[in-house]
Design a protein around this ligand. Sequence first.
Ligand code: NAG
Ligand code: NAG
Length: 285
Amino acid sequence: MDPKLQGPAVANTTKRYLFAFSSFLFACLLAFILQIFFFSSISPDPLELPPAAASNSLYPTNNHLQSVIKMGEGFLKDPEGVCVDKEGILYTATRDGWIKRLHKNGSLENWKMIESHTLLGITTTMAGDLLVCDCEKGVLKVGEDGVTVLASHVKGSKIRFADDVIEASDGSVYFSVASTKFELHDWYLDVLEAKPHGQLLKYNPSSNETSILLDNLCFANGVALSGDQDYLVVCETWKFRCLKYWLKGELEGKTEIFTDNLPGGPDNINLAPDGSFWIALLQVF
Ligand SMILES: *[C@@H]1O[C@H](CO)[C@@H](O)[C@H](O)[C@H]1NC(C)=O
Ligand SMILES: *[C@@H]1O[C@H](CO)[C@@H](O)[C@H](O)[C@H]1NC(C)=O
């Protein structure tokens, strides 16, 4: 090859490669920016959490969970909550649509089939039925004679992502909606967005109406009533805290922090026999 021609030819090829490469980079960057600012399904806020508490003094490490007995292993698909009826039968709702129960003699039974893959919190009622949260339908009532929808709408909007439910002795039903924006299958987007889309709702059985008690909760999860039913505790998972909502007395309708800066995201909550609460924590980050 003529050495005079070689120089410019190589330079041209290099230029072309450089041009192609920078166009490619530019296209990537553009796609990235468009995705983030225009097509992203979330519009995130920074999530600010207080510094972790000195966990060893507040929550000394123990290995109690190492000695739990695993019940129904291999028989239960993603059970979310549990409840126990007056006879001591334990119930749970699984993601394959079953309400399963464990008899006192240790035998597990597929009790009721509900055509749903989105069952979450479950509780017993005074009348002997169960209430189950279904992320698609709302709050369901399940009894020996079938399934009915108890609450499906609030203020004209469909209730989605009902998460946990509890019945008070006056028949009122309190339940949480984890997110009004995201659904069960993309719940993590709610955490990423870090905006409060959760609610605490009340179903009134005499009027057959549902109302909003609290709005702007950060992934409203477990709900539980105090022993005297003078207040209710609702967990805000990615705020690592639980709120106390007063139902009776001077503070009725007021909200305060029940516990915060927990070492994990509070999920389910249940009243313990001694009047304290059991809170299940999950590792969010
Ligand atoms: C356990 O109790 C349930 C309910 O009484 C009954 O249906 C079941 O057959 C019992 N199972 C065994 C193994 O005894
Ligand atoms: C209660 O309201 C729901 C709508 O949210 C409706 O579907 C249902 O039939 C009503 N039940 C009664 C007993 O009126």
